[in-house]
Write a protein that binds this ligand. Sequence first.
Ligand code: SF4
Length: 179
Amino acid sequence: MIKNFMIKMIYNIYYTSFILSERFINDHKKKSKIAENFLLFNNKRVLRKIKNKKLEKISILLPHCIQKYDCPYKVTSNIENCKQCGGCKLGDILKLKKEFNVDVKVATGGTLARMYIKDYRPDLLIAVACKRDLVSGIYDAFPFKVYGIFNEIKNSPCINTDVSLIKIREFLEEVRGRK
Ligand code: SF4
């Protein structure tokens, strides 16, 4: 109980520092460092929590901006609608879904993401998002186990973003005991 309280306090400190940095610090590197440290702290906690645990339901939650901007297929209702054309990483993530028996949800915003977590109730969520969304999403979801991976901005922040498949795969191999 006390341990949980202490951990929540640390989350509070990280989150407050991040919000303040967004407002008052112009140096992009310094802002990023706070978000990266928070993610590191959170992910270590999640790894400790799931150690030696059998996880039935694992989900990957992705932001809609990962999908190629002009792709006509509606993957937000079902990622299986992706035709795996290679235009974006969703086709590869669909393969990971089948290989590792995980659920994948592409969400258009925080409200839908929260609804998905409430309805599906995974044992572990792997969330991909930009720094701001991921930091606030992980903070809001505490003590729920959310392993975070930052997406990569290529040109514009909310269009055609990217994610490291290696990072997702490595983590899935670890939690599915294949490493
Ligand atoms: S891989 Fe191709 S079909 Fe699938 S979401 Fe991306 S652009 Fe659309």
